[in-house]
Design a protein around this ligand. Structure first.
Ligand SMILES: [Zn+2]
Length: 429
């Protein structure tokens, strides 16, 4: 078949995508509201709505308030037209889920995983879990896309992991190719922190309002995701926000897992907290941490927080130092980038207030007043499914991008068209 026959003129596709975008982002919108919002003529909007209804993407949601005359119909995205598959793979655990086209998670499961087992084992398990979920909650449904998050750097245009430090065996593994072939659907692969930032942007109303956001994850490692003017900023290679490996003077004698000395993560990340906590416990510097070490035989970053909450001075000092170091780096980013909202996530932040308080203090002390006048620094409002939400939305944003929409809408559905995820389209945030 000659694809050219099916091409849709660009300006028509832009207006179609604008109308669809407005309907996607609302809880039911009338045609007059739509006309005001997208700034197109009434007849153009009516024609685009009719096209989207014919394509099965939009349907009537109810009747809107009348402004005199006949009450207008409310429109909504037909979320039930297809499903999106998502997996958020971490270093030690993964979330796998199925969502509808509105981004609502239909069902998801969490299970432990060891990323170091390599892609064959881990992705094999992802595929089994997805198959189980689909047969339970979406039998026979068309899969419109697949979103995968991994805990390492990803070249977004190709979906290939690039020398990921904690993912042995994954370097340049063709995750996208494998998944798109397995599910016969376009597949997007991204770094976990980018997906956390995107999940926050798309599902937290405060973040959606802020538009310029820095998401900082402090878990075992440290990383950040940047949202600029409502779009995820990945940088030219996809590694924007990799702040765990910026140099910190106090860490100059500490070797990082990346091979360099002096990285922020090597002194302020969860692994560093656990290592320092253990040293203090063994040297008699912290009675509370020594007690935990004797009782459990191990000491984690969460144990440092537990000890701090019991009033242990050494544990508190350790967390305060980590918070101050992250905060000082963040202050530089805040001056450089002027976000409206900094969201803090990851195990070290969610474990307690000590780190959060120290980060806030450093950022406010080290930044100029104009940059912090309206700046909010808040813990993530999303739970364990934040990364999964991001993995769902990276697919939906990709599919409904005007240029990509033009490539599949004439066929009715993107299901069965794995090549749609190719990096040749200016990728939506
Ligand atoms: Zn490093």
């Amino acid at each position: 078949m000659d694809d050219r026959k099916h091409l849709v003129p660009a300006e028509r596709m832009d207006s179609l995508a604008a109308v669809l975008g407005a309907i996607r982002n609302s809880q039911g919108m009338t045609q007059p509201q739509l006309t005001r919002l997208v700034g197109l003529g009434r007849s153009v909007v009516a024609a685009r709505v009719a096209e989207l209804e014919t394509a099965g993407l939009v349907t009537q949601a109810g009747i809107g308030p009348s402004t005199g005359g006949r009450a207008p119909r409310q429109l909504r995205l037909r979320g039930e037209a297809g499903v999106v598959v998502a997996a958020d793979i971490g270093a030690t655990g993964m979330e796998v889920g199925v969502a509808d086209l509105s981004g609502r998670l239909i069902e998801h499961v969490a299970e432990p995983v060891d990323i170091a087992d390599g892609p064959e084992v881990v992705l094999g398990r992802v595929e089994e879990v997805v198959a189980g979920l689909l047969s339970r909650v979406a039998p026979g449904q068309a899969i419109w896309g697949v979103g995968i998050g991994v805990p390492g750097p990803v070249e977004f245009s190709t979906g290939l992991p690039v020398a990921p430090p904690i993912m042995p065996g994954w370097d340049a593994y063709p995750i996208r190719e494998r998944m798109s072939r397995r599910w016969s659907a376009p597949t997007w692969v991204d770094n976990d922190v980018n997906l956390l930032a995107l999940g926050e942007l798309r599902t937290n109303p405060t973040a959606a309002l802020a538009q310029d956001i820095l998401y900082v994850k402090i878990g075992t490692g440290i990383g950040a995701g940047l949202v600029s003017a409502g779009r995820l900023h990945r940088g030219s290679n996809g590694c924007a926000g990799d702040i765990g490996h910026v140099a910190v003077a106090e860490a100059e004698n500490v070797i990082c897992r990346c091979g360099n000395a002096g990285c922020l993560e090597a002194i302020a990340g969860g692994a560093a907290l656990a290592r320092e906590g253990r040293r203090l416990a063994e040297s008699g510097g912290s009675p509370a941490m020594a007690e935990i070490l004797i009782a459990t035989g191990t000491l984690t970053a969460a144990d440092v927080t537990t000890a701090a909450e019991r009033g242990d001075a050494a544990a508190r000092a350790l967390l305060a130092r980590a918070g101050r170091l992250v905060g000082t780096t963040l202050a530089t980013l805040v001056s450089f980038y002027n976000p409206a909202l900094v969201v803090l996530g990851g195990g070290v932040v969610s474990a307690g207030d000590h780190v959060l308080a120290a980060i806030r203090e450093s950022v406010y002390r080290r930044s100029l007043p104009l940059a912090t006048r309206t700046l909010r620094i808040e813990p993530s409002s999303l739970g364990d499914t934040a990364g999964l939400a991001g993995a769902v939305h990276v697919v939906l944003d990709g599919l409904f991008d005007p240029a990509r929409l033009a490539r599949w809408l004439p066929y009715g559905t993107p299901a069965g068209r794995p090549e749609l995820a190719d990096g040749d389209v200016a990728v939506a945030a």
